[in-house]
Write a protein that binds this ligand. Structure first.
Ligand SMILES: Cc1cc2nc3c(=O)[nH]c(=O)nc-3n(C[C@H](O)[C@H](O)[C@H](O)COP(=O)(O)OP(=O)(O)OC[C@H]3O[C@@H](n4cnc5c(N)ncnc54)[C@H](O)[C@@H]3O)c2cc1C
Length: 462
């Protein structure tokens, strides 16, 4: 880092807004599940838009890399400061600025987490419906375009962000979008920034859409002898148009690991967990349809669940799945696939994924937000075994190729970070050059989260 940067940061911010301690640098050196580590030179804690603006203006002038970070729960090494420089930790910008219930929206700073927003909204009858599990921040969720268990009904984060305040990489403060439920004005910059993974600037405020809490909620558990049976069932359920709010698949090893980790006794069989939202009659009808279809598909077990406490326990367990897998394999590295395909092609991709677990002979778990065609395989291997890593990477490359051929994507919700870079060009072709043109226009010095999101530029022809 340019030697003038630290003294100039000290002139801009209070001493407690800069951290050079080993513990702070180590904490920001790695992401959740990322095996690549690099310490930043300094961790900076902005407390206002003006703090962010001043830091980015300085970083642009001195060509200092800046990596935004919030809860640091992203899974593809998004927050590892690959070129060192500044880790810009936005967690102190955590104020809920406004709740406008009559307009179904809230205005928040980027460090507000979605569980805290929902706690704050409890008395209003409204909630923010994207739930990536880890207690993620709204700024981080917008930046990865996170989804989660309820996207099948309510959409992904990008669908629920109406407007943003952004500090651009050159240090300008701009507003995108607004408060209207819809708009056809200008380019859709809000949607572009949702999913930018901190490569196009720092989000300092978000206006997000809220939805009414459902009047009634009902769940169902449907088990099959194998994962294929689950997927065939889900495909028909979704294609029937049933108003599903959550539709999660867990294979038997995944349920076993969750049982052990949380002391539960869920039956250890491939299972689809469902939830329906609506008025009492609608959810009852939807649950009846789900059970009838389960009988048609010769399910091994099928039952409805109405007890709110039991449902809450179930979804907490689902959100703990990743931690349960990690706890079962201490010291091992892991790779998580995040393929998403049209629902009609889900069965072939999941069958290939399950076959990959067997072929690779490494511990693996299959879970997915299968209602929207999104599916995760978590594969474990020893971090010091390059041959095992190569086999896992190669198998993943094959699965990505299969998903792309089926009209799918290499990442349905986790984003690219640096770990999914090898698949971006295969998915987007020449559109990657357009993405670089946008990146260059907004960040001419290339300081924002370098080494993430976009693969290297195409070599010039000839
Ligand atoms: C157990 C577990 C379960 C998960 N389940 C899901 C799931 O179901 N669905 C899903 O989508 N994800 C899931 N994730 C991944 C993760 O929770 C999401 O990627 C989440 O959106 C990250 O939010 P964060 O606050 O942790 O952001 P961080 O990890 O801190 O940052 C994520 C990215 O956003 C950038 N960023 C952060 N804040 C800003 C800002 N203010 N301005 C600009 N850029 C910023 C960072 O540079 C980085 O590129 C899971 C993770 C875990 C650990």
């Amino acid at each position: 880092m340019d030697p003038t940067v630290l003294p100039r940061l000290r002139a801009l911010l209070r001493p407690d807004q800069l951290d050079l301690s080993d513990s702070a640098l180590d904490l920001r050196a790695r992401g959740e599940s990322s095996d690549r580590q690099r310490r930043p030179d300094v961790v900076v804690y902005p407390e206002s838009t003006e703090d962010v603006r001043a830091v980015l203006e300085l970083a642009h002038a001195t060509r200092t890399p800046v990596t935004p970070v919030a809860v640091n729960s992203s899974l593809e090494g998004h927050t590892v400061p690959l070129e060192e420089g500044i880790s810009l930790d936005v967690t102190r910008m955590d104020r809920i600025l406004e709740v406008a219930g009559e307009d179904f929206l809230a205005v928040v700073q980027p460090g507000v987490t979605y569980p805290r927003l929902n706690e704050h909204l409890r008395a209003t009858g409204l909630f923010f419906p994207v739930d990536p599990g880890a207690e993620a921040s709204l700024g981080g969720m917008a930046s990865t375009n996170a989804s989660g268990t309820m996207a099948v009904r309510y959409g992904v984060t990008r669908d629920l962000v109406l407007g943003l305040e952004l500090v651009t990489p050159t240090g300008r403060v701009v507003r995108t979008g607004g408060r209207a439920p819809k708009s056809s004005s200008g380019y859709a910059l809000t949607q572009l920034l949702c999913g930018a993974e901190g490569t196009l600037g720092v989000i300092t405020e978000l206006t997000v859409r809220l939805v009414p809490r459902p009047e009634a909620t009902m769940g169902a558990r449907v088990a099959f002898a194998d994962v294929h049976g689950c997927v065939a069932y889900v495909t028909e359920l979704i294609q029937s148009g049933a108003p599903v709010a959550r539709c999660e698949l867990l294979d038997a090893p995944a349920i076993g690991a969750i049982d052990r980790h949380l002391g539960l006794d869920l039956p250890v069989v491939p299972t689809v967990f469902l939830e329906f939202h609506g008025d009492a009659d609608a959810v009852r009808r939807a649950a009846d349809v789900a059970l009838e279809l389960a009988r048609d598909h010769a399910a091994a077990a099928a039952e409805q669940a109405t007890d709110p406490q039991a449902l809450a326990t179930l979804w907490t367990a689902r959100h703990q799945a990743y931690y349960a897998f990690v706890a079962a394999h201490p010291g091992m590295a892991n790779l998580i696939t995040d393929l998403a395909v049209p629902v009609s092609r889900l069965a072939e991709v999941i069958d290939a994924s399950v076959a990959a677990i067997k072929r690779l002979a490494v511990p693996g778990y299959a879970i997915g937000h299968v209602g929207d065609g999104n599916f995760h395989l978590t594969l474990f291997f020893p971090p010091d075994d390059p041959a095992a890593r190569e086999r896992v990477d190669a198998a993943y490359g094959e699965l990505v190729a299969l998903a792309l051929a089926a009209g799918g994507t290499s990442t349905g919700e986790h984003g690219v970070g640096w770990r999914k870079l090898p698949y971006v060009r295969a998915e987007h072709g020449d559109a990657v050059d357009l993405m670089w043109a946008i990146k260059d226009a907004l960040d001419p010095a290339g300081i924002m989260n370098p080494g993430k999101k976009l693969p290297p530029r195409a070599a010039p022809e000839g």
